[in-house]
Ligand binder design. Structure first.
Ligand code: GBH
Length: 473
């Protein structure tokens, strides 16, 4: 017989942005240095029983001290852009008052180091490290936190706005609201469904207020965005019950954010589905108009689709892929069960299905024509090991990336305006509730020595980025 034709090489549009991504608490370490105060993740990770193996971000990848070496690795790979996040408690300790010059200096040096190496800096203002002092004052369920965030956004824009061309307000507010205040598997570990909805609204408000601050301060041409972990929610069957379960999960997974941010209103079905928990009186006059700010692109993080079914037995809690909890992150999820499709999984147990990314991109393109999309995270954890030859060979990650990139290409061919792709993550790092047990990096980190070893996927991705072409496979 004849071998099947290999998949053809796929070329991405000129100017397509290739990058890798990280987040402050996951890589920096130096938790008590240069005026940084504790964030909710310091307190949470230091609380026994919260993070696997008692791991914390105290040292992490020690990137705070090793950033030059890390930027050299990035430059060697030839990937054109780098998405990092700014730690609020470094820049504005305790979440109010003046800027901390030493904290600003760190990000200023980092940005200069990127520019010197010809790498485009993409800054995220909030990747989950809320100053603990603001949590003690009520955290995201409290309206004032949104105003604090806007002030902090202004500080960072004043400091870096002359050199950072691309900005993201929040990373994955779904996780902050529903894992942080609903299921409690993320910091601050609170478990109150009504609070999680309040948190979602105040994160939306924080986004809108911050976009205003950024637009006031950034030079013309700077790009402003938000990153959502949009869920590709699929019903297990066409039955009306399963389809309705998918609608309800889609409501608080996606539309509770895209509604106000992109369309200027909360969907009525989301309000109705959660009316047993709250009367939504936390939404004040003018809020949704404020949240509805023009954006230059939408950032989308995608890992795996979400498969749901109607289940009269009630919710199957803890199925968010983030550890078991008796509490659900789904305020509209009563009577919904989460299923796992058969087939390959990553080390997180997440199903591998690149068609979910295609479907998600096509949906965004259809529902929000004229809004460019950047994939701000995609990647996978696998059980990477250093071989006898000192190399880290990770063909599963190459296959994962190849599969997802070909679906991105297919979405572009279908007319979706996808402008870039960031691999999560540059480095193995602190994977939240899973500590250091899960490795998402293109670069392996030996935590005992802090030695970095680019995995075979790093070399593969670097070539894709340099050539703008997915090779035949
Ligand atoms: C991202 O979170 C983070 O931005 C990043 O910091 C993190 O390291 C990385 O991904 C890897 O985890 O449909 O209920 O089963 C991703 C968090 C993971 C949250 C998948 C939703 C499935 C939800 N998302 N999870 S569910």
């Amino acid at each position: 017989g004849q071998a099947p034709d290999p998949a053809p090489a796929l070329t991405f549009p000129p100017g397509f942005l290739w990058g890798t991504a990280t987040a402050s608490y996951q890589i920096e370490g130096a938790a008590r240095e240069d005026g940084r105060t504790p964030s909710i993740w310091d307190v949470y990770s230091h609380t026994p029983g919260r993070v696997l193996n008692g791991d914390t971000g105290d040292v992490a990848d020690d990137h705070y001290h090793r950033w030059r070496e890390d930027l050299d690795i990035l430059a060697d790979l030839g990937v054109g852009a780098y998405r990092f996040s700014v730690a609020w408690p470094r820049v504005q300790p305790t979440g109010s008052g003046p800027a901390n010059a030493k904290g600003i200096d760190f990000y200023s040096r980092l940005v200069d180091g990127l520019l010197e190496r010809g790498i485009k800096p993409v800054a995220t203002l909030y990747h989950w490290d809320l100053p603990q002092e603001l949590e003690d004052a009520g955290g995201w369920p409290v309206r004032e936190t949104a105003h604090r965030f806007a002030e902090y956004a202004g500080i960072v824009a004043d400091a870096l706005g002359d050199r950072v061309p691309t900005w993201t307000t929040l990373n994955e507010p779904w996780c902050s609201a529903f894992l942080g205040y609903g299921s409690g598997v993320h910091a601050p570990g609170r478990t109150d469904a009504a609070d999680s909805l309040r948190a979602a609204h105040h994160l939306n408000l924080a986004h809108g207020l911050a976009v205003r601050e950024l637009r006031d301060r950034l030079p013309a041409g700077a790009e402003v965005s938000v990153t959502l972990n949009l869920h590709q929610v699929r019903p297990v069957s066409d039955s009306p019950e399963d389809v309705d379960a998918a609608r309800r999960i889609d409501g608080t997974a996606n539309r509770v954010f895209t509604g106000p941010m992109l369309d200027g209103a909360y969907p009525q079905d989301v309000r109705d589905d959660t009316a047993h928990l709250t009367d939504w009186s936390f939404v004040q006059d003018g809020d949704t108009a404020l949240i509805h700010q023009p954006l230059d692109f939408l950032g989308v993080n995608y890992y795996s689709p979400t498969l749901v079914a109607h289940d009269p037995q009630g919710a199957e809690h803890g199925s968010d892929g983030h550890g078991a909890s008796e509490h659900s992150p789904w305020p509209a999820g009563d009577g919904v069960a989460f299923h796992q499709a058969p087939g390959p999984r990553t080390a997180m147990g997440w199903g591998i299905d690149p068609t979910g990314l295609y479907d998600l991109l096509v949906r965004v393109g259809r529902e929000h024509p004229g809004l460019p999309v950047v994939i701000t995270e995609n990647g996978a954890a696998f059980d990477d090991r250093v071989g006898d030859d000192g190399r880290v060979d990770d063909p599963e990650r190459v296959a994962y990336l190849r599969g997802h990139l070909s679906e991105v290409h297919r979405a572009i061919e279908s007319g979706v305006d996808v402008r870039g792709y960031f691999l999560w993550s540059l480095l193995d790092n602190f994977e939240w509730g899973y500590g250091y047990s899960k490795r998402f990096g293109a670069v392996y980190v030996d935590y005992a020595t802090q030695r970095r070893i680019p995995k075979s996927s790093a070399h593969w991705f670097g070539q894709v980025a340099r050539t703008g072409t997915l090779p035949r496979g």
